[in-house]
Write a protein that binds this ligand. Structure first.
Ligand code: DX5
Ligand code: ZN
Length: 217
């Protein structure tokens, strides 16, 4: 079975001490930080942009940072996120420009490219892009807010995405999941072949973050 890690979403962090929050996760053995960028158009909420990520990224050069761009026209902004040192840039297939050109641009900037699919988007939607994918982020809630409940059955889509990647020679591409992850839903996703469990409220609300970070090791 593939290794599964938890990637905390800083959307649930205390922004008044973001550096301390990430240091605390790093000390607990966290490898990867998930950064939720929202524009108030693609999703109803506004979060933060590249200038905020830039500050914390440079404090933690050894961690993996992924930028989950929930924005309407991502191709316009991928360069900003590459320049500030994001390792993986994930764009939505349902956005205006989250297609081949955008993924190629992400690669040309030296980053890994991922596509995210919303709960109502079928797994097969990734097929036209499959050769360009380093990662597929399956949304297990409607994007826009932290703290929502996992949509039942999302693990089936994870298994379908894993199958599509494997059948298309993309065994090295990873499947991640985002939304409503906790001990139970995380295990369902891990068993379906998911390697990265994005978790916001479950990690930041924990008394023992270290235990949760390593629950699926
Ligand atoms: C939702 C974001 C998620 C969110 C997850 O639109 O993409 O990354 O922060 O939060 P939880 O784990 O609380 O559902
Ligand atoms: Zn996210």
């Amino acid at each position: 079975m593939r290794k599964t890690i938890v990637a905390p979403s800083i959307l649930s962090a205390d922004f008044s001490k973001l550096g301390e929050e990430i240091a605390n996760l790093r000390d607990a053995g966290c490898e990867r930080i998930h950064v939720d960028v929202m524009d108030g158009q693609f999703v109803p909420n506004i979060s933060f942009g590249a200038p905020v990520v830039k500050q914390v990224r440079k404090m933690f050069p050894d961690m993996i940072f992924d930028a989950h761009l929930m924005i309407i026209d991502p191709i316009k902004y991928v360069e900003d996120f590459a320049k500030i040192g994001c390792d993986i840039i994930i764009v939505h297939i349902e956005s205006l420009s989250g297609g081949r050109e955008c993924l190629e641009k992400i690669h040309s900037l030296g980053c890994k490219a991922g596509i995210s699919i919303k709960p109502k988007t079928p797994a097969e939607a990734i097929l036209p892009l499959v050769d360009l994918l380093d990662e597929v982020l399956v949304m297990s809630v409607e994007p826009g807010f932290g703290g929502q409940s996992y949509i039942e059955g999302s693990e089936q889509k994870i298994a379908e995405v894993r199958k599509i990647l494997d059948e298309n020679g993309k065994q090295d591409a990873i499947v991640s999941v985002d939304g409503g992850i906790n001990d139970e839903t995380g295990m369902l996703c891990k068993n379906a072949g998911c390697e990265v469990l994005v978790a916001g409220s479950w990690i930041f609300g924990a008394t023992n973050r270290e235990e949760r970070l390593h629950l699926f090791d």
